[in-house]
Design a protein around this ligand. Structure first.
Ligand code: ADP
Length: 199
């Protein structure tokens, strides 16, 4: 089974591209969904997080108060490491389980949608890396226009990620999403018909 890493800066259109692959029958493993799953109500990670960051990060309903956790966890390197030590192993385990389940089903290729694929060096573990490319100013514009972020927040989030040049350097294929959204499907269809990850 080939693992196709799909990445791009925040607001680049990764999720849109991922859905186009899904429509063509590719299974999708979504890193953001997994990251949310491991801290869903009732998950063991929550109690560990509460022990480290305070019981009040859990709502009476058992849900995680993400904002409060973020305030306390993203303070410095040490607190961030503590958060990661609790969540990362669980995220990795769950991701591996999903890969294994598809492998057992003899799936030819899966899409792994991972925003921080290159930032975290995971690109090297992929059989193929697709980067969705959009100029940073345009990503910021889309985050403001379609996701309702304020401009400063959008800029900060884009800046917090790996520089575009380094991300692009890790790409085996680049999907250009600078133009209108309907330019995506022809590029995805072409890639699927070429299937370079099978070569
Ligand atoms: P990501 O998953 O990379 O953060 P999304 O796929 O959610 O990005 O896209 C961000 C926003 O930009 C969405 O609202 C999406 O509909 C919109 N979008 C994606 N591609 C284009 C495009 N080519 N032109 C205009 N808007 C786009």
């Amino acid at each position: 089974m080939k693992i196709i890493g799909l990445t791009g800066g925040i607001g680049s259109g990764k999720s849109t591209v991922a859905q186009l692959f899904v429509e063509e029958g590719f299974p999708l493993i979504d890193a953001d969904v997994i990251a949310r799953e491991v801290v869903a109500a009732g998950q063991p990670a929550l109690q560990e997080l509460a022990d480290v960051f305070g019981a009040d990060i859990l709502e009476p309903s058992g849900e995680l108060n993400r904002q409060l956790l973020a305030q306390r966890a993203f303070v410095d390197r040490e607190t961030t490491d503590k958060l990661n030590a609790i969540t990362h192993p669980r995220i990795q385990q769950r991701t591996q389980e999903l890969f294994d389940a598809y492998r057992e089903k003899d799936v030819e290729a899966v899409i792994y949608d991972m925003p921080l694929l290159v930032d975290n060096g995971l690109d090297r573990a992929m059989d193929w890396v697709i980067v969705v490319d959009v100029a940073a100013e345009e990503r910021i514009r889309r985050l403001v226009e379609y996701r309702g972020l304020d401009e400063e927040d959008a800029q900060r989030r884009v800046k917090a990620q790996i520089p575009d040049g380094l991300r692009l350097a890790a790409a085996d294929s680049v999907i250009d999403n600078n133009a209108a959204i309907d330019n995506l499907k022809p590029q995805v269809d072409q890639l699927i018909s070429d299937a370079p990850w099978l070569a």
